[in-house]
Design a protein around this ligand. Sequence first.
Ligand SMILES: [Mg+2]
Length: 489
Amino acid sequence: MKTNIRGTECYAPCSFKYSDLIPPGTCNLLNSSTIFANNEVNLAEVDIYGFDYDYTLALYSNALDTMIYNTARDFLIEHFKYPEGIRKYDYIPNFAARGLHYDIQKGLLMKIDAFHYIQSGTVYRGLSPMPDEEVLQLYGGTYHIPLQQDSGFYGKGPKVKQFMDIFSIPEMTLLAVANDFFITNDIPYDPVHLFRDVSEAIGMVHLKGYMYKWFILRGEETHAVLHRLVNNGKKLFLITNSPFSFVDKGMMHMVGKNWRDFFDVVIVQADKPHFFTDCIKPFRRLDGNGDLRWEKINSLDKGQIYKQGNLFDFLRLTGWRGSKVLYFGDHLYSDLADLMLRHGWRTAAIVPELEQETKVVCTDRYALNLTWLQALTGLMERMQTHRDPESKQVFREWQNEREELRAMIKNLFNPHFGSIFRTRHNPTYFSRHLCRFSDIYMTSLSCLLNYDLSYTFYPRRTPLQHEAPLWMDQLYAAQLPPQGKAFLL
Ligand SMILES: [Mg+2]
């Protein structure tokens, strides 16, 4: 009798090191300063760099989430007259994660995979997980969320909304908390009203965003990126939904009072994603006091600030088209989707969560659990054809062990919802859209400082399902030490 990877007993000969099972060079070389490529991008061809502002040029610390949550919670109580008891709920860091879906009518937060299936164990009513049987009952015996209810193109379906904005993490937490309060106190309420009220309360916090500058991280790195691009003869522009006074305070904090000198065009309150699809709203110029001017805009001039407008006018007035433009944004739908699908600019996604997730992926614990999970799945694939009672019993035990391993891997990222990139074995809904709408993606803009401006990002050729050998095929087994082979028999 030997012990298995988790220290419990098994019948396999285990005199070899379990780390021998990890394929060489798998995970521990990952670095969160890397820029990852979904598509080939040659920076030498990029002459013009465009940026979103919030969570792209300006990265915020997690303390901002607490501030947004507290302010919105108090607004809910003071202006919408929600019960005072909600004030007892402090912000819960790392409860929610970006890319989750919320069933507006049922008041449920959940994680959905690339195939529109709810991941079991990740449905929360209030702050409590909902048993899988109850989920199945609520959704008519299936985990599948039909496309017509789902998030639509911009993450807002009629019944289910996807939270894609990083600002929405405190919003999800407040929704969960308020639902929890009503449920645990047995107070009847309509989840639809709650959803609208929380949305409005969070929106109100953004209007007070003048204090955000105190939460900005890595401002000097943003400054360095802009400086380097301009020094290399690149043109820069900014398209943000935030108002000028807000952006101005943050940029002065990061770059200095002459920050506008870096940019050839500055557009505020752009109303993305409509900026990229509608051709109705014309540009308007703001004067030095931030007041709107009334003249027709026939050119977009350096040093000026423009409000609203649309991409069609932008392209006509600048001539900045196609692959020579690279646009950076954190919102896959509002910033990147239309540019990728309709306009042919190159796109770069800012995904701050990569910093933490790559750290987890680099741990021995993750590598061991994942390797054993893969090996176990391969064993099950073979074992399923044996129909005798003893084999069936072993298969059931392996099934249970596989479930435990999956839960352990999920908990390494976030005990409630796991990784933002993967459900159990599939990419998440978020991950699939990240691959579809971004050419490259990275933790923060500062990653650009690690690359020469003529660098080409080549995507790795990852095998498609029909191209990959099955786990533990002869080829891989041949690489294992003899004890390892015995373990696999
Ligand atoms: Mg943003």
